[in-house]
Design a protein around this ligand. Structure first.
Ligand code: AMP
Length: 397
């Protein structure tokens, strides 16, 4: 069966059409600048050149229509008609405490996702627009919602509670939820498979280091802790997000700089992280180049970033009573030798040693630890879309 995987943002829509039998991607693409003018659809059929179409997309429904047209196009299409799409799997960012696994979408699920928008005001409404637009353009095709938070719902209370008045949890559901769940699930599963072991018998740390970054501790196949919190702002230093900090800084900077809470929130989400720290860029390729040319701030940023990753690895090793495998994934984790090297330099204390030549390899599944290493260290490219397609298929069985 062909499954259309949709990841809808407020002005964008990413898609992949996956054949669930072979698990091959038949086509993928991105609709950008939806509803803000200058819209572009980039459609890439497998094994062929991408097709870029500049065309007006006033809303997501038009974008979905154009995606279907691209998929069924005589020249660039990969299927004959809409009837060859068996189901749609949507990435939904926040499932709160309500959803600990993927579900088929019906009216009550839509209501719940709507309610959970309070916890993810930038993401859930956009995800819902995607669901509604697909329902409009593909009536009768089953749709699944696959939540970023679901994999982390196995965390014990001691890991998800904050040291705040308990009533905030009861009244407003203030707690750690964690994100990138489909990636942590996929990468921990692949880690065990690559090592020829059962995930249920392993203690795995997944370092998802992308523009957004999070770490998780996966013990016996279940997440027991993760670095992102009630929102994706907590935890590691990220591209433009601050990650962990003393909450008192918020008020202090608001007062000193004359910022409103909303403006300060914007600073923490969009102007902080490695961008803010380096004053150069949120992109690790730029930071790497600058560091190589001796830029001190770039070196300090890479050092600080990697130190925080290593600190979490240490904490989660303790939380799990040891660690069997550590996997790097996402844009930086898969591609950036410099960060991986700096993080691995801390791992000697747990008996991990890596082969520096292998650590240079980019974007491939590989075990980078040496045969003597007490902890396996791997690079495992993530595949959130495949995880969404698999979970969608599972729901239809
Ligand atoms: P993601 O959010 O997973 O797409 O990751 C984006 C991040 O990955 C950016 O900071 C990029 O700089 C980084 N990245 C992607 N490719 C490379 C590369 N070849 N070398 C270093 N960093 C990379």
């Amino acid at each position: 069966m062909n499954i259309l995987v949709i990841n809808c943002g407020s002005s964008s829509l990413k898609y992949q059409l996956i054949d669930s039998d072979s698990e091959k991607v038949l086509a993928k693409g991105l609709a950008e600048r939806i509803g803000i003018g200058g819209s572009v659809l980039t459609h890439t059929p497998a094994g062929k050149d991408k097709v870029v179409t500049e065309t007006d997309m006033p809303d997501h429904s038009v974008a979905v229509k154009l995606v279907i047209e691209a998929l069924t196009d005589k020249e660039h299409g990969v299927i004959g008609s809409l009837s060859e799409i068996g189901a749609v799997g949507h990435r939904v960012v926040h499932g709160g405490e309500k959803f600990d696994k993927a579900v088929l979408v019906d009216d009550s699920v839509i209501r719940d996702i709507e309610e959970l928008s309070a916890l993810a005001p930038l993401h859930n409404p956009a995800n819902l627009i995607g669901i509604r637009s697909c329902a409009e353009n593909m009536p009768g095709v089953p749709q699944a919602a696959v939540f970023d938070t679901a994999f982390h719902q196995t965390m014990p209370k001691k890991a998800y509670m904050y040291g705040l008045p308990y009533e905030y949890y009861e009244k407003y559901k203030v707690r750690r939820y964690g994100f990138h769940g489909t990636s942590h699930d996929y990468v921990s599963r692949r880690t065990a498979e690559i090592l020829g072991k059962d995930r249920k018998d392993m203690r795995i740390i997944v370092c998802h280091l992308g523009n957004g970054a999070s770490i998780s501790a996966v013990k016996n196949g279940e997440c027991i802790d993760t670095s992102m919190g009630m929102t994706p702002l907590e935890g590691l230093i990220m591209g433009t997000r601050s990650g962990d900090m003393d909450p008192a800084i918020f008020d202090y900077i608001c007062e000193k700089e004359g910022l409103t809470p909303a403006e300060m929130n914007n600073v923490l989400n969009k102007k902080s992280g490695v961008l803010g720290l380096s004053g150069l860029s949120s992109d690790f390729r730029d930071l790497g180049e600058a560091a190589a040319q001796g830029n001190e701030k770039a070196v300090m940023t890479l050092d600080t970033y990697s130190y925080h990753v290593a600190k979490y690895i240490g904490a989660y090793t303790f939380a799990m009573g040891g660690v069997d495998a550590i996997s790097f994934t996402a844009g930086i984790g898969e591609n950036n030798y410099d960060v991986r090297r700096r993080v691995c330099d801390y791992l000697g204390v747990i008996g991990a040693s890596v082969d520096d030549e292998k650590l240079h390899i980019r974007g491939e599944e590989i075990i980078v630890s040496t045969p003597e290493s007490k902890v396996a260290v791997l690079i495992v490219p993530t595949n959130e879309e495949l995880t969404i397609a698999r979970q969608t298929l599972e729901l239809l069985k």
